[in-house]
Design a protein around this ligand. Structure first.
Ligand SMILES: C[S@@+](CC[C@H](N)C(=O)[O-])C[C@H]1O[C@@H](n2cnc3c(N)ncnc32)[C@H](O)[C@@H]1O
Length: 266
């Protein structure tokens, strides 16, 4: 795993928090992510079917920052409890809340207060009463153990400094037999010196990305079973700080992954 160009984990988290907070307030368009989908919009987002996105406010889509569609493989059912790690402005959170009705509940966790405020506004707009927003850290979940049926996450685990701790926490709060369905970026091979040095490379979901082999190893070491990882080419723009040489080096190595695993039944 790459070391980071920050003196402490807390410094890395603050940098990431500020980066996304600034992106959120950049414009009326609320561009949440430098590494956005090409105009992530109803007809253009390739991770979701257009009919899935039609139920969400247009403004939410402009503020989302996804790298896959964890709901495609989460197979949510009515009545289930779901936790969205790093929910941002609520893209998967609010779709999931509709899928687990009636009787289900969805928790959205993020460390970014501004994003949570937006998610709350969209929740009200959609009149969903089965959503709970939690401000906190993925590495320190404010939930009791064995309370969640399904954990989803979209493009957030790569930003967490201590992945082992994050996965241990996910395992703790899942019920026996509970599922993990994550979309995340992966980086095959070692990050270059430039990526190791550049703080923005962490915030842009690059340097903190695990390789598929390490992802699989960490999930297995945490106790997860039935691990599958599907790779797809990422359809995001290159971050501006990467020169042409670095882009060539990353071509085909910085990918979008759909990761599925299960906490064994007791
Ligand atoms: C790339 S954005 C993705 C947002 C959302 N999942 C989406 O698809 O639109 C990553 C989110 O993860 C949150 N995040 C990153 N590290 C975190 C941590 N350690 N604890 C809690 N939230 C974190 C950020 O604040 C940000 O909202």
């Amino acid at each position: 795993m790459a070391e980071f160009p920050f003196s402490t984990e807390e410094a890395l988290r603050s940098f990431i928090c500020r980066y996304y907070q600034e992106n959120l307030s950049l414009s009326a368009q609320a561009r949440y992510c430098e590494r956005r989908h090409q105009g992530l919009g109803r007809s253009q987002c390739t991770c979701y079917r257009p009919e899935q996105l039609r139920v969400l406010p247009e403004e939410l889509l402009a503020g989302a920052c996804c790298c896959g569609n964890p709901l495609e493989q989460a197979e949510l059912k009515a009545g289930e409890s779901v936790l969205d790690l790093g929910c941002g402005v609520g893209l998967d959170l609010l779709l999931a809340a509709q899928q687990v009705q009636p009787g289900g509940i969805v928790y959205g966790l993020d460390m970014n207060e501004a994003a949570l405020e937006r998610a709350e506004a969209y929740r009200r707009q959609l009149n969903l009463d089965n959503v709970r927003l939690l401000r906190g850290l993925i590495e320190e979940l404010p939930l009791a153990e064995a309370t969640i049926d399904v954990i989803i996450s979209n493009c957030a685990i790569n930003l967490v400094p201590d992945k082992e701790r994050a996965l241990r926490e996910a395992y703790r709060v899942l019920k026996p037999g509970g599922r993990l369905a994550i979309a995340d970026t992966v980086l095959e091979g070692e990050p270059s010196d430039l990526l190791r040095r550049e703080p923005q490379a962490w915030a842009a979901c690059l340097t903190g990305s695990l390789s598929t082999a390490i992802y699989r190893k960490l999930l297995a070491a945490t106790g997860f079973s039935d691990i599958t990882i599907e790779l797809a080419a990422g359809d995001w723009d290159w971050p501006a700080f990467l020169d042409e040489e670095e882009r060539q080096r990353l071509q085909g190595r910085w990918l979008s992954a759909l990761i599925r695993a299960r906490k064994p039944a007791a």
